[in-house]
Design a binder for this molecule. Structure first.
Ligand code: FES
Length: 89
């Protein structure tokens, strides 16, 4: 089952298929999602989760505080539910 991701506040919406990272799905939908390495090293894809749940195969390098604030690595994150994401602090 695919999940819906909404980028706030622009309200850009796209679908993430199972087994696809949030970044892959965005790029497949021609969305200009910031990225570089795509392997969880550069942090260019860092964004903040306002709603929803993500999972990782490899836990990214985030402090507990950053995780509490909702920061995720979009190139490593799999959507476990519909998501609302933002690039704003
Ligand atoms: S694209 Fe480099 S960490 Fe995600």
């Amino acid at each position: 089952m695919s999940k819906t991701v909404i980028l706030s506040p622009q309200n850009i919406q796209f679908e993430v298929q199972d087994g696809q990272t949030v970044l892959e799905a965005a790029l497949n939908n021609n969305i200009g999602f910031p990225h570089r390495c795509q392997v969880g090293a550069c942090a260019a894809c860092l964004c903040r989760k306002i709603e929803g749940t993500v999972s990782y195969h490899l836990e990214p390098m985030l402090t507990e505080k950053e995780q509490q604030q909702g920061w995720i690595f979009a190139c490593q994150a799999f959507a476990e539910s519909n998501l609302v994401l933002t690039f704003e602090e």
